[in-house]
Design a binder for this molecule. Structure first.
Ligand SMILES: NC(=O)c1ccc[n+]([C@@H]2O[C@H](COP(=O)([O-])OP(=O)(O)OC[C@H]3O[C@@H](n4cnc5c(N)ncnc54)[C@H](OP(=O)(O)O)[C@@H]3O)[C@@H](O)[C@H]2O)c1
Length: 324
């Protein structure tokens, strides 16, 4: 098969497409003929050796954390899937390839109403947003949620899930186009963080009370001000440093105390043991067909270097995906 390889931990050294032997599914895995692979900030951060997960791989390696496609073989012991089925899911690397080994416990059926490109943008965004809103924040109807970076992959998912949960949703953006996109996903208010102090705006919009929950995707820029934006007992769910940013954030410690702030972190990789339960609850919602997975750009795998530049540049709505 053909696959994209990182040969060096250095963004200046381009990835390249190489021909390698077809993989075989290990016990508990599906072998999937890739329809599309999601491109995520973590792929770029690992390639730049700026992410803790960079210690878990040695070049040359195939990047990619999520994919969608058609099952072509089942590893030993796999139940509940069949050859020919359309699926999507989380892969532990290896996503940018014509064939991927997808652990069955992180895989799910892809309804016919979603293309493979859309399927490739489901797992990391929606399962991360689910983890943040349902599992960590335990968001309830009537609560106010601020989604930081609403027009990106996880933001797109968080806005829609929070609305479904009956929340009032604010989203931060850098442009009118991104604001319109977030509104189209259901955001009640958008805040251009380049023009306004988002914490002050959150206070205005909540009558001085503060938001209940912040879904923080750009913590290195925002964490300190998140503590101004929340109400007393508010929750900040720390998901990301911000694409190409990090790893440190400065914040005023007294703000954590004066707000009785609840700060919760998460990594989607730690969700894996709970994934079958999340799939069980998320699949009926996905089958309804109303969740939008906006794919801004679908590019061939041979353009993976450009895809990484697009993700780093941030000038896209929703997701960037690669096709074989
Ligand atoms: N913990 C986990 O398991 C997990 C899972 C998924 C993602 N993440 C992390 O979460 C972050 C977001 O992921 P993603 O896939 O949504 O990334 P993305 O698609 O690149 O979107 C990030 C968005 O944030 C916006 N942004 C940049 N700086 C901002 C700021 N200071 N305030 C508000 N918005 C800002 C960007 O647009 P503008 O630049 O135009 O504002 C962009 O729309 C990344 O750091 C990623 O690594 C972590």
């Amino acid at each position: 098969m053909k696959a994209v390889f990182v040969h060096e931990f250095d963004l200046a050294v381009g990835m390249q497409v190489d021909e390698v032997e077809d993989p075989k599914p290990a016990p508990g895995e599906l072998l999937v003929k890739t329809g599309a692979s999601g491109v995520n900030p973590v792929d770029v951060a690992i390639r730049a050796a700026r992410h803790p997960y960079a210690k878990m791989v040695t070049p040359p390696y195939i990047p990619g954390a999520e994919a969608a496609g058609e099952v072509v073989a089942l590893g030993e012991g796999v139940e509940g899937f069949k050859v020919g089925q359309r699926v999507y899911g989380r892969v532990m690397g290896g996503g940018y390839a014509e064939l991927v080994r997808l652990p069955a416990n992180t895989a799910a059926e892809l309804p016919d109403s979603y293309s493979f490109e859309e399927g490739a943008g489901l797992t990391v965004p929606f399962y991360t947003a689910w983890n943040a809103l349902v599992i960590k924040a335990e968001a309830g109807a009537g609560e106010t949620v601020l989604v930081q970076g609403g027009a990106g992959g996880v933001g797109m998912a968080a806005i829609q899930l929070a609305k479904r949960m009956g929340c009032r949703v604010f989203a931060t953006v850098s442009s009118k186009e991104k604001g319109d996109f977030c509104k189209s996903l259901g955001a009640d208010e958008t805040i251009n963080y380049r023009e306004e102090n988002f914490a002050e705006r959150c206070m205005e919009l909540t009558g001085g009370r503060g938001v209940d929950i912040v879904v923080e995707l750009n913590a290195c820029d925002n964490f300190d001000k998140d503590l101004d934006a929340i109400r007393v007992d508010g929750r900040v769910i720390v998901i990301g440093t911000g694409t190409g940013k990090g790893p440190t954030a400065e914040f005023r410690v007294p703000s954590v105390m004066t707000k009785d702030a609840v700060v919760l972190g998460l990594a989607v990789v730690n969700l894996i043991p709970k994934m079958p339960e999340v799939v069980r609850r998320f699949t009926p919602i996905l089958r309804e067909g109303s969740l939008k997975v906006h794919v801004d750009r679908s590019m061939p795998m041979s353009d993976s270097n450009t895809a990484h530049e697009v993700v780093l540049g941030g000038k896209f709505l929703g997701k960037v995906v690669l096709t074989p």
